[in-house]
Write a protein that binds this ligand. Structure first.
Ligand SMILES: *Cc1c(COP(=O)(O)O)cnc(C)c1O
Length: 378
């Protein structure tokens, strides 16, 4: 069915603010050393904001490097006309090397064996080498200069960059800061070792959002922010420490029906909400199949209606949830409820909702489902 502009804000949708995204990109760019540029991380549909929308918006402002998690995400960006560097951060099966090459994607080499099998496909590939500086997830051990240097000798790999990932850069403890300093030291020493051997490591990059926001400018060619670009911290307990970032996404849904719940009645599955007195309930057309954690409604979840906070009640359904609207301004069917974002003077942040659900904003946002159209603010 062809979507009309009206149907996009019909039931539930993600409103995305391009002005805020560009503002955040400029703010983050301003924290980088001269010669260091943003590699915008747009994996997982740009953390639920729509990867094509985010990449196009940033590309129009001069951002020319992007990072995705997997081959299909890279291909989707190329098909949408994104022309800059697109680095696939995650593992790509070696037999898919022809697709990487055909779409001009740059592949991260996950470890030495991955590099060998990628090269063995016989297709010319642009790669960045992942170095393990202490996270012990992906990468060739940064101290293993021989193994790293060997990747430069492989016939079909063109090494255009060397990168690593910080794993405790969001920590505040002395121990975390020392670990991060150690990761940086090991990383730059590996790059220096390569140069000493006459090899050009190409573009260096190691900072994601927290590294970018909390560390001094680094002698790198790229920084890879994700969550900070979208104007969120991972958690209210883990501030980025940079003022002025603006949330890009608002999550909104319509009120379907407003009904009376007489005293002594229950509502929803399991009749989990029980009213001691007469209440009014609004049914809101969004549920856990849209990516909201089901637990939210019973962990203090709220929505904004008429510029005021109203509590979710009972169990969240797959496609709907219940809100107690007894107190506060009148609510009617068709009204817009805000689950994340601003309504009048009130705001609910992604970080707040994530904390209520025992997770981080990264997970909450990236799980917002494809059933929610991405509607850019104009
Ligand atoms: C996801 C990811 C990022 C972005 O992380 P944020 O914390 O969202 O900024 C950067 N680098 C790598 C390797 C990643 O996997």
């Amino acid at each position: 069915m062809e979507e009309t502009p009206l149907s996009r804000t019909g039931r539930a949708w993600r409103e995305v603010d391009g002005r805020a995204l560009v503002h955040n990109a400029r703010l983050l760019q301003g924290l980088l050393a001269p010669g260091c540029r943003l590699m915008a991380v747009v994996k997982a549909e740009a953390y639920g904001h729509g990867a094509v929308w985010a990449a196009r918006t940033l590309e129009a402002q001069g951002v020319d490097a992007f990072a995705v998690a997997c081959l299909s995400e890279g291909i989707a960006l190329r098909r949408a006309g994104i022309s800059g560097v697109i680095l696939v951060l995650g593992w790509t099966p070696p037999e898919q090397a022809p697709l990487l090459a055909a779409y001009g994607l740059t592949q991260a080499v996950a470890d030495a064996a991955h590099g060998l099998t990628l090269s063995a496909q016989g297709v010319e590939l642009k790669v960045h080498l992942a170095l393990d500086t202490g996270m012990h997830r992906l990468g060739i051990p940064a101290e293993d200069t021989a193994a790293i240097a060997h990747m430069f000798a492989l016939p079909h790999l063109k090494v255009e960059g060397v990168f690593s990932h910080l794993c405790v850069s969001d920590g505040n403890s002395e121990q975390d800061r020392a670990f991060t300093a150690r990761q940086l030291e090991v990383f730059y020493r590996a790059a220096e070792e390569l140069r000493r051997r006459g090899l050009d490591p190409g573009a260096l990059h190691i900072q994601a959002s927290y590294g970018l926001c909390r560390l001094p400018p680094q002698p790198c060619q790229y920084a890879r922010p994700g969550i900070a670009l979208y104007g969120a911290a991972s958690s209210p307990d883990l501030p980025l420490g940079v003022a002025g970032l603006e949330p890009v996404l608002s999550l909104r849904a319509r009120v379907v029906s407003v009904r009376a719940l007489p005293a002594g009645c229950g509502a929803g599955y399991g009749l989990a909400f029980q009213s001691m007195e007469d209440r009014r309930l609004a049914v809101v057309s969004i549920g856990y199949a849209d990516g909201l954690p089901r637990a939210l409604s019973q962990r203090g979840g709220q929505v904004l209606l008429g510029g005021t906070r109203r509590p979710m009640v009972g169990r969240m359904c797959m496609d709907q949830l219940l809100v107690d609207v007894t107190d506060g301004p009148e609510v009617a069917a068709g009204d817009v409820a805000t689950l994340i974002g601003q309504d009048g003077g009130a705001r609910i942040s992604a970080e707040e909702v994530a904390r209520q659900c025992g997770t981080i904003a990264n997970e909450l946002l990236s799980r917002l489902g494809p059933r929610l159209p991405v509607v850019p603010l104009v």
